[in-house]
Design a protein around this ligand. Structure first.
Ligand code: AMP
Ligand code: ZN
Length: 212
């Protein structure tokens, strides 16, 4: 899944997991879990993340390499938030060649810049179940409380306005060039990331069906 922060990659990936039963590998989620558990890796990553910068490639590549070795990846996987730059993409090609599972599709979810800002500043996540809401577009019934389990909703540290600006700049300069990288391999499918979550999901599924 390619796309700017706030394009809805994570939301769509979670729907794909439910339907196809293959894991989502989100480097952002793995890094946040390491921070929450206070691991050395989490401590190393936190400063970069709070500033909206990329965590060094060496750290992220190690995480992905370990994750791809887990048995649940044998049937396939969805990469979300990885790769983030050309060096990571090249390293990924090497890893996937090693396990004989080349990337089949790079789905680019495109959302206009102005919309991304509202999506990111409005984003809230349930502490208990991870369900995501947006105070502008998909609010919970009761402010700050999860509809599913009554858990507390929180805002990610890096969803504050200054950090968001930096993350969008990093996306433009380092990650957006990957669309050309994968276009060169003939595997990019561009999807308009505006409209309802289920409309967008329908478009992604249509592309997957064509690839089967
Ligand atoms: P995300 O949840 O994908 O938006 O990621 C949140 C933050 O984690 C990013 O702003 C980066 O600091 C870091 N991060 C996540 N994935 C990567 C990656 N593949 N390479 C470098 N940094 C990453
Ligand atoms: Zn919840």
């Amino acid at each position: 899944m390619l796309g700017a922060p706030g394009a809805g990659k994570g939301t769509q990936a979670k729907k794909l997991i439910e339907e196809f039963g293959i894991p989502q590998i989100s480097t952002g989620d793995i890094l946040r879990a390491n921070i929450a558990q206070g691991t050395p890796l989490g401590k190393e990553a936190k400063g970069f993340m709070d500033r909206g910068e990329l965590v060094p490639d060496k750290v992220v590549l190690g995480l992905v390499e370990d994750r791809l070795k887990q048995p649940d990846c044998k049937k396939g996987f969805i990469l979300d938030g990885f790769p983030r730059n050309t060096a990571q993409a090249q390293a990924l090609d090497g890893m996937l060649a090693g396990i004989g599972m080349p990337l089949q599709l790079a789905v680019s979810v495109d959302v206009p810049f102005e919309d991304l800002m509202k999506r990111l500043t409005g984003r809230r996540t349930c502490r208990t179940c991870g369900q995501m809401y947006n105070v502008y577009f998909t609010p919970s019934k009761k402010e700050g409380v999860c509809d599913k389990d009554g858990g507390e909703l929180f805002q990610r540290d890096d969803d504050k306005e200054e950090t968001i600006k930096k993350r969008l700049q990093v996306y433009e300069s380092q990650t957006a060039p990957l669309i050309d990288y994968y276009s060169g391999k003939g595997i990019v499918r561009k999807i308009a990331g505006t409209g309802s979550i289920s409309d967008i999901y329908g478009k992604i599924k249509a592309e997957l069906e064509k690839t089967k």
